[in-house]
Design a protein around this ligand. Structure first.
Ligand SMILES: Cc1ncc(COP(=O)(O)O)c(C=O)c1O
Length: 308
């Protein structure tokens, strides 16, 4: 990971090295941070952030799930992200906003802890590599929806993701597939999951998963391409008998799945995954006018087209 020059921290841009927190910050001890992962892509009109508004809305929602009131409005957070990538002169990157309880006092309820907000950005390539992923169904179940607010992106939830991911990579797989508390497929540690059978694309229904913004975008795109898209209960058996499977996520984008527990998919990187992946990437690069509304262009209008 390459450091950039500035991080937006509590309202102003500070040098990367100076964006520090107190060791007794509440969120460090209790996992009470709300965060986002966003990507910015190069387009022929300069850099554009993919679904900036949806991500910042989810950040506010995640913070609210922790009883955390952000000291910035949606517009201010969007503007801060734009300022961060502009000041760092980035053309394409990953953007990481995080809101957390800082140091006030050390106790489980963050009553006297200030809410702090930071936004960092840095260049970042493919998350799961360029090859179709070899995944494994792990023993670590996805969080029970009555244990934590699964639909929020909260730092503490990622202990579950980290353990699942480690279980998979320790056994030589690219990524984990997690089941929910009922034994049905939930999602990957940082990705939503889809199967393709004929012209029908299915994905686990909401309840035990993070409602991914890429998931939502891919469902819209797939429907527009003429596929039937269904949100339902999915079993491992459904996945193994599918034609194709793929993951979606801001980091993973659209990643084809080659095998589950070494059982090869009928088609690893099959035609539907390939079409969705290519069309999705075209959208992120601003090459499909129909979905331009999903992009926030970073450069002032007068400069667009000059920054490639
Ligand atoms: C657990 C989990 N599921 C799914 C996703 C995909 O969500 P999105 O497409 O909004 O990045 C992520 C990434 O944020 C995640 O961490």
């Amino acid at each position: 990971m390459r450091a950039t020059k500035y991080i937006w921290f509590n309202g102003k841009l500070v040098p990367w090295k100076s964006a520090k927190i107190h060791v007794l910050s509440h969120s460090l001890h209790y996992g009470t941070g709300a965060f986002e992962g966003i990507r910015m892509y190069q387009t022929d009109k300069g850099p554009a952030i993919f679904h900036l508004k949806r991500h910042m809305e989810r950040l506010i929602f995640s913070a609210k799930s922790l009883g955390m009131k952000l000291p910035y409005t949606l517009d201010e957070l969007m503007q801060a992200a734009v300022e961060t990538v502009r000041k760092n002169k980035l053309k394409s990157c990953y953007i990481r906003p995080i809101a957390f309880f800082g140091f006030g006092e050390v106790r489980v309820l963050p009553t006297n802890c200030p809410v702090e907000v930071a936004i960092a950005a840095w260049p970042w390539g493919a998350y799961l590599g360029d090859e179709p992923a070899r995944i494994t169904v792990v023993k670590t179940l996805r969080i029970h929806p009555q244990t934590l607010r699964v639909s929020a992106k909260v730092s503490g939830h990622y202990v579950n993701s980290m353990l699942a991911g480690r279980e998979a990579t320790d056994r030589g797989f690219t990524e984990a597939l997690q089941l929910d508390y009922e034994g049905n497929i939930a999602e990957g540690p940082g990705e939503n999951f889809f199967i393709v059978k004929g012209k029908i694309i299915s994905t686990p229904k909401l309840g035990s998963i993070l409602p991914g913004i890429t998931r939502e975008s891919v469902m819209t795109l797939a429907r527009d391409l003429g596929y039937k898209v269904v949100e339902r209960t999915l079993t491992v058996k459904d996945a193994l008998s599918a034609d194709e499977c793929f993951f979606t996520g801001t980091a993973a984008e659209v990643t084809a799945i080659a095998s589950i527990d070494n059982k090869k998919m009928k088609k690893a990187n099959g035609p539907v995954t390939k079409q969705i992946r290519e069309d999705f990437l075209k959208i992120t690069r601003g090459e499909n006018p129909k979905y331009k509304k999903w992009l926030t262009f970073v450069n002032p209008v007068r400069d667009r087209g000059r920054s490639k």
